[in-house]
Design a protein around this ligand. Sequence first.
Ligand code: FAD
Length: 308
Amino acid sequence: MTTENVIIIGSACAGLTAAIYTARANLNPFVIEGYQAGGQLMLTTEVENYPGFPQGILGPELMALFRKQAEKFGTRFLTEDVTRVDFSKKPFLIFAQEKEFKTHSVIIATGTKPNLLGLKNENRLMGKGVSTCATCDGAFFKESKVVVCGGGDSALEEALFLTRFASEVTLIHRRDKLRASKIIQERALKNKKMKFVWNSVIEDILGENAVTGIKIKNVKTQKVSELECEGVFMAIGHTPNTELFSSYLKLHENKYMETHPNSTKTSIDGIFAAGDVQDFVFRQAITAAGSGCMAAIECEKYLESLHS
Ligand SMILES: Cc1cc2nc3c(=O)[nH]c(=O)nc-3n(C[C@H](O)[C@H](O)[C@H](O)COP(=O)(O)OP(=O)(O)OC[C@H]3O[C@@H](n4cnc5c(N)ncnc54)[C@H](O)[C@@H]3O)c2cc1C
């Protein structure tokens, strides 16, 4: 079995950028792209904040361009999920279903999954009014009514951000008080555009081709009501795809991959992590691509050091 220079796990903004850079550095990268090739941007429509596209670009189109650029320099792809790794010795071992691969270095770019409520219409209307990212999609809801589901710091931050665009932002929270820090709570409670629906959960999202409202159930009275809105933002956290690696690599308490400061190096020499899987602060396409570039350059230096 040949030993690869570098295996990149994941094929979205971070993984494909790492592929472009390592391919151009003649490292002949091998990408195990996973079944969700292209990653989270495949779930969205217009991306308006990725530099270089002043008219905006559709998420899947942007990812197709990333892939084309990686292919142009010779990147090889396997469309399977990595099912197991063995990082206990070098070369590292990576398993995808029945296949086994050996590699001198690894770039982990497996991203995150936004947590969802599991409602029937949630996936169907994703990108058509349902979103998991206010920074990304807030500007599409100028003068609209939107709701935010959640009660922690990030839900309130998303809700306050949305008040810049929307005419009304309603926070739906299953309890009668917020978990968010006091200062941000005060800011939200004072904001005239913010409304709160307490002790309530979203039971369904309404609309054929675009969101038109939600069904809400009060968990105390069991009463079900409808609320008209054009946007529904899920702000109930993200789950990083780190489970496969957790017995070998250091993770933060919140399960995101731990990397050295200002670096993509993980707790094992030769293994790098890039993109949302190690970023619980920014989680943007451009930051994921940026860290994919960092990982590739750090990986190149690591591989060079093996030969010196
Ligand atoms: C609805 C929505 C809209 C968004 N809009 C914008 C926007 O407008 N602008 C913006 O900047 N950002 C936006 N974002 C955020 C942006 O999509 C992410 O920051 C970016 O996709 C992160 O890229 P990533 O490479 O880290 O990983 P991800 O996009 O999370 O992709 C992870 C990759 O890892 C692969 N993978 C996972 N597990 C395995 C495994 N076991 N084996 C092999 N492969 C695996 C998947 O197949 C996938 O290819 C949006 C996100 C969502 C959900």
